[in-house]
Design a protein around this ligand. Structure first.
Ligand code: SF4
Ligand code: SF4
Length: 336
């Protein structure tokens, strides 16, 4: 039986993923209670958890651009911008680690393909001729948002959007997309769940525009997975276990936008020094211990979030009276 001395890193990742997934469930529930307070008389008030704005990446991108042009952080959904900045910064410095370690959708996708592996005995692979154009889909979706927000939308147009009632409760509308699902949404979700059972990370690999953006940003990262051909014993373990279907064994440096730094390949490698995480800066080249990766990832994330909190750019400035006006029991808020 092969020895995998760095198996521990896999379990640490599973733990980090589970922590963030449970955290998202918790804040989702708190946010639901917050909305219910305005919609149903007698429901006690709970504080709105600002982290729900992590589910507003388009608002985050918009505010990010607005900040770059004006130096002002939009005060209605400031956490959306802080989280967007943190996630892009993590990708820039540490590859696409957000997708592999933190994103709850990535975690659920992983649970689904793992379940599929148990149910069907394996996961399936889409033929190369179809896989490549399908992978391009997420870049098309990303391109749409980049053109719409990054190029076409001028900052003065954004201000007009920020003051609309639609934008003020865009978080509530996003929630209703799932809590008051239309038949079409339900059919699409069921199809996605089915496809995710069969194919590894179907959503992330083919459809997620956020992941597409982070994958492109991650090219600039100084951290890379490196294979040392002199130490490699060609056991195929890395390639066989890579959830992004990357042929690690044939590469010296993994330079794929599909790599989400899960470190699964490293955790399966039985040969010391054959596969490592390497840091490459102009005057610094060194092997990084796998354990340092999640530590750095969480440090960067919490440092940026903490800065947002300490500078007063975390909680929404939308007053209670505005929520009451927009969500009060006489209003009917629907999803987008
Ligand atoms: S190459 Fe390694 S780190 Fe990247 S996705 Fe595959 S297993 Fe994960
Ligand atoms: S890099 Fe490690 S896991 Fe991959 S083939 Fe070589 S020895 Fe096996």
């Amino acid at each position: 039986m092969e020895k995998t001395p760095r198996k521990y890193i896999r379990w640490i990742r599973y733990g980090v993923q589970l922590w963030f997934l449970l955290f998202c469930v918790y804040i989702g529930y708190r946010f639901f209670q917050f909305v219910l307070h305005f919609e149903k008389p007698g429901v006690p008030f709970v504080e709105r958890p600002p982290s729900v704005e992590g589910f507003l990446p388009i608002a985050g991108f918009m505010s990010f651009k607005y900040f770059l042009f004006t130096g002002i952080i939009e005060p209605i959904h400031p956490a959306a911008m802080i989280l967007f900045t943190a996630i892009v910064a993590v990708s820039l410095l540490l590859k696409k680690g957000f997708c592999g370690w933190i994103c709850p959708i990535g975690t659920v996708s992983q649970y689904l393909w793992m379940a599929g592996q148990r149910i069907f005995g394996r996961n399936f692979r889409i033929r190369k001729e179809i896989d490549i154009p399908l992978r391009a889909l997420k870049y098309v979706l990303m391109g749409f948002f980049v053109v719409l927000i990054g190029i076409a939308m001028a900052p003065h147009m954004m201000v007009l959007f920020f003051i609309t009632d639609y934008y003020k409760i865009v978080d509530v509308r996003t929630m209703k997309f799932f809590t008051e699902m239309s038949t079409t949404t339900m059919v699409v979700l069921i199809a996605l769940v089915g496809l995710s059972l069969l194919y590894k990370n179907f959503w992330c690999r083919y459809l997620c525009p956020y992941g597409a953006l982070l994958g492109l940003v991650s090219f600039l990262s100084p951290v890379k997975i490196k294979r040392n051909p002199d130490k490699c014993i060609h056991c195929h373990s890395c390639t066989k276990n890579c959830p992004s279907l990357i042929d690690v064994e044939q590469m010296e440096t993994v330079n794929s936008p599909e790599c989400f730094s899960c470190l699964t390949c490293i955790s399966h490698c039985p040969s010391k020094g054959a596969l490592d995480l390497s840091l490459r800066l102009p005057r610094l080249r060194r092997i990084v211990k796998p354990l340092a990766y999640p530590v750095a990832l969480l440090l960067i994330l919490y440092l940026i979030v903490g800065t947002g909190m300490l500078t007063g750019h975390w909680k929404s400035q939308l007053p209670y009276s505005e929520y009451k006006r927009l969500l009060g029991s006489d209003q009917k808020v629907t999803h987008p």
